[in-house]
Ligand binder design. Structure first.
Ligand SMILES: NC(=O)c1ccc[n+]([C@@H]2O[C@H](COP(=O)([O-])OP(=O)(O)OC[C@H]3O[C@@H](n4cnc5c(N)ncnc54)[C@H](O)[C@@H]3O)[C@@H](O)[C@H]2O)c1
Length: 247
């Protein structure tokens, strides 16, 4: 039985990952700002224990608080999945320092602070795992979203640096990089398309597997990285994108 903290898991990839851990009997604490989403998840059954805590991970104090909560509830911690993310899109001239800082605070600083706070607990576990959600957006860049792309690229090297530092404790640190996954995250993007159906069709035609991913596709990679099969994998990024970035 694993003791798992998911930071950003009220909906989408984090929620699917929580369900997948619970289905195996693992204990999960989800920290998220979306209270309604957390309440909906609490209403679901599952063999594994589910706890939730409302937290705004853009607050620099929140990561340590949620790590402490998980360790207290479960008597320790084996896995941290740093998955919360925000995507702001603006023309370059319209960006404010606050917009940029918010993106970096949630997408890059929170995973770092979660890792920092969790490291001693994971060392005691002896088989600790830190998994962060980057993006294929960390491998490329698009107009209008410089902070998102910078933050997701930053995670690729954050996991390398942390893998080096925490490896002697037996803790692995890896990233998953989803491509296009059907979650509420992309709602604003689709709503901004002149013809959303045509845009969706064109996108899916450009993906080798001819569909967008579902959250469960990413949960599979997270469970792999959390499991004993990945004991010798660290500092790496697994791309889960149906081949989108391969062509
Ligand atoms: N959906 C995609 O196509 C896609 C692609 C690549 C990467 N990602 C990444 O996957 C991760 C999960 O996104 P998703 O697609 O499941 O979307 P989602 O919107 O369902 O999940 C994001 C979660 O993060 C939480 N969150 C955001 N800001 C927060 C904050 N300040 N404090 C606490 N919680 C906060 C949200 O409430 C939500 O539960 C994100 O990091 C995103 O960048 C998504």
């Amino acid at each position: 039985m694993l003791r798992v903290l998911i930071a950003g898991g009220a909906t989408g990839i984090g929620a699917a990952t929580a369900r997948a851990f619970r289905a195996r009997g693992d204990a999960v604490l989800i920290a998220d700002r979306n209270e309604a989403g957390l309440a909906a998840l609490r209403a679901e059954g599952g063999p594994g224990r589910l706890e939730t805590v409302t937290a705004d991970l853009s607050d620099a104090a929140a990561p340590r608080a949620v790590v402490d909560t998980a360790a207290r509830l479960f008597g320790g911690l084996d896995v941290v999945f740093a998955n919360a993310g925000v995507l702001l899109a603006r023309r370059l001239a319209d960006w404010t320092p606050q917009d940029f800082d918010l993106t970096l605070a949630v997408n890059l600083r929170a995973p770092f602070l979660l890792a920092q706070a969790a490291a001693p607990h994971l060392a005691r576990s002896g088989r600790g795992r830190i998994i962060v959600t980057s993006s294929t957006g960390g491998l490329r860049g698009h107009a209008g979203m410089p902070a998102y792309h910078a933050s997701k690229a930053g995670l690729l090297n954050l996991v390398r640096a942390l893998a080096d530092e925490l490896g002697p404790d037996g803790t692995t640190v890896n990233a998953v990089a989803p491509g296009w996954i059907e979650t509420p995250f992309n709602d604003a993007f689709w709503q901004h398309q002149a013809d959303p159906e045509a845009a969706r069709h064109d996108l899916e035609a450009s993906i080798p597997l001819r569909r967008q991913g579902v959250p469960e596709d990413v949960a599979g990679a997270v469970l792999f990285l959390a499991g004993p099969e990945a004991a010798y994998v660290t500092g790496q990024t697994i791309v889960v994108d149906g081949g989108y970035s391969a062509v």
